[in-house]
Design a protein around this ligand. Sequence first.
Ligand code: MUC
Ligand code: MG
Length: 373
Amino acid sequence: MPNLNIAKVETRILDVPLIRPHGFATTTAVAQPILLVTVTTDDGVAGYGEGVVPGGPWWGGESVETMKAIIDRYLAPIMEGRKLNELGGILRDFEKVVANDRFAKAACDIAMHDAWARSLGIPVRDLLGGAVRNDIDVTWALGVLPLEEAIAEIDERIELYGHRSFKLKMGSGDPGVDTQRLVDLAAEVGEKVSLRIDINARWDRRTALHYLPRLADAGFDLFEQPTPAHDYHTLREITQRVGVPVMADESVCSPADALKVVEHQAAEVVALKTTKLGGLRESIKTAAIAEAAGLACHGATSLEGPFGTAASLHFACATEAVSYGSELFGPLLLKETYTTTDLVYADGKVTLPEGPGLGLEPDWDKINHFTRK
Ligand code: MUC
Ligand code: MG
């Protein structure tokens, strides 16, 4: 039997340049900060997790800097000296010491799953119940971009990886101008690809009810979190009035949130990010609530690097309820990754890696190169 005792937990911040600036509703990122968490057992087996938020603390309040402080000072001491097959108990004990901070907990949960699965010589998906699919569709997300650049990027991504679905970020500019930009975009490319938007909770009720019908008429087929996270009533109103499915993202950061979406009939689709939910175990609970209520789940991203994306992929491929495809394209947005092999993207899909744990090995030269000094 392998020795599952956790000997040490280490963290380091990486700054990984992007292939192009990624414009979000309130900020633009040129590099993705990633907190790499390494959990090593007494046997010397290491597992990796990533603490990642999309481009900074604007999304949910956490950042790589807050995650590093919380893990080093509070969560690492809870893990060290415990056994990986006590993972459920370790996660329970996290809650006694640190409230919220789900992104930081997710990085630890994933590093422990990876180390545990590697110790047993099995893939992480086997710890989650085994695969129900071996690959999943990948939507490519475009940052806030001028029309011509967006069209060129869509054509390039179709050519390179066969993406068939594209998400456009909104919410940064004047809603009328922004809407017209996307109506024009849909007129150019809407025939050949599926288009969706993510407003990152930046519109109020009136703005959403005014502009979303125009985007629906233009052919957009999914509206992600148009209005604030806490306002389930407005999400429900949009769901009922606009006739295009609404996807809840910021509104669902826990299983309890998923229950609220169900109770309010606020959305038809739930974006599941292993990051915002606090890891693989909480993601499974959240998916179960959505599934029981007949909602579809989407394998969403915080723009994780290779290890975080692989973790989200193992979860998405082990969870029947993740029937609404994914946007697990994070590594493709990085200029370079830091594993010895890459996840395989082709024909608009990403394939579940083979091999123990998450199925990827660290490239330490590159990790050292990206480590923040
Ligand atoms: C989000 O809110 O969905 C995912 C893709 C992207 O461009 O931003 C993220 C965050
Ligand atoms: Mg979103």
